[in-house]
Ligand binder design. Structure first.
Ligand SMILES: NC(=O)c1ccc[n+]([C@@H]2O[C@H](COP(=O)([O-])OP(=O)(O)OC[C@H]3O[C@@H](n4cnc5c(N)ncnc54)[C@H](O)[C@@H]3O)[C@@H](O)[C@H]2O)c1
Length: 273
């Protein structure tokens, strides 16, 4: 077993130095796009992976317009061959992958009793199996490097049922949180950290179809009384992708404004103080 180097550096600019790191980002739309900008602006090299060519193209040209080195590969995370081929392409071009930010995901809104086999397969194939395929392919590359940072996007829905219409989605995200723990254990000897970020509702197309009333109710239930902006996830991604988190692995970092911690109205809100 190779020993992990111990980093005791406490200079913040060196801990968070992403210059020339190759960052592979699945999902070129909402959160993926914002993370790509975040890492790109820190001089990392960005490779996007999405099933939609036009989304990749649009985000890529936006990144290039900002002076960021960016490229993309199209494919489907639900298909292992497609993921492996994409990762091979990245390695043949860049020679390595330092950081994975895995954001690609889907949902299907229907009450529990109405989820068809097709609905279940759709969500599980992409969110759960896709996470396994992406982590496997990238971890193989990182093992050879004896270095890597894997950050998967989970969800508050992986910890609790916060909507009665997202059962399969929530099951898939609970699975993502479990996958992270297994990979963390296996990858530690290779100096690879594997963690997840579990966000609260974010203002992206992902939730744009939700009813306005539900949207408002969910915001009332979180201490900060608002949704999350995708940009607010970037700090958590920096942390888990940097040397600042070298001793952190197998964790799920909730970026949820306290939503999963608080299940009561505040005394002030109730007019009691
Ligand atoms: N938006 C939210 O409120 C919210 C809350 C918690 C967690 N999340 C999670 O955050 C992640 C990102 O969500 P988002 O808001 O950016 O969603 P989004 O819909 O804006 O973007 C998701 C991207 O994934 C891509 N994608 C979908 N299926 C794919 C496949 N099979 N192969 C490759 N790419 C595929 C889509 O084309 C899209 O560009 C998801 O995993 C989601 O579950 C989102």
């Amino acid at each position: 077993m190779k020993m992990k180097p111990v980093v005791t550096n406490i200079k913040v600019d060196e801990l968070f130095n992403f210059t020339d790191k190759v960052v592979f980002i699945t999902g070129a739309g909402g959160v993926g796009r914002i993370c790509a900008k975040g890492f790109g602006l820190q001089k990392a090299r960005i490779v996007l992976f999405d099933v939609k060519d036009e989304v990749c193209e649009k985000t890529c040209s936006e990144l290039k317009g900002l002076g960021i080195e960016a490229a993309y590969v199209t494919g489907n995370i639900a298909e292992q061959k497609s993921v492996n081929a994409a990762v091979d392409e990245v390695v043949s071009k860049y020679g390595r992958i330092d950081i994975l930010i895995h954001t690609a995901g889907v949902t299907k809104n229907k009450v529990c009793t109405e989820h068809t086999q097709e609905d279940v397969d759709f969500v599980i194939d992409i969110n759960l199996k896709g996470t396994i395929y992406v982590n496997q392919a990238v971890a193989r590359v990182m093992k050879k490097q004896n270095y890597g940072k894997i950050v998967d996007i989970g969800s508050v829905g992986g910890a609790l049922s916060h909507m009665d219409v997202t059962m399969t989605y929530e099951a898939s995200k609970a699975g993502v949180h479990a996958i992270v723990k297994s990979f963390a254990n296996e990858m530690a000897p290779y100096n690879i950290n594997v963690n997840a970020i579990a966000p609260f509702w974010i203002n992206t197309p992902f939730i744009s179809h939700q009813p306005k009333e539900y949207f408002e109710a969910v915001q009332r239930l979180t201490p900060f009384k608002r949704c999350l902006e995708a940009e607010e996830l970037v700090g958590a991604a920096y942390y888990l992708a940097s040397d600042a988190s070298n001793f952190v692995t197998g964790q799920v970092l909730f970026v949820d404004g306290g939503y999963t911690s608080v299940h009561a109205m505040s005394m002030e809100e109730l007019g009691l103080i």
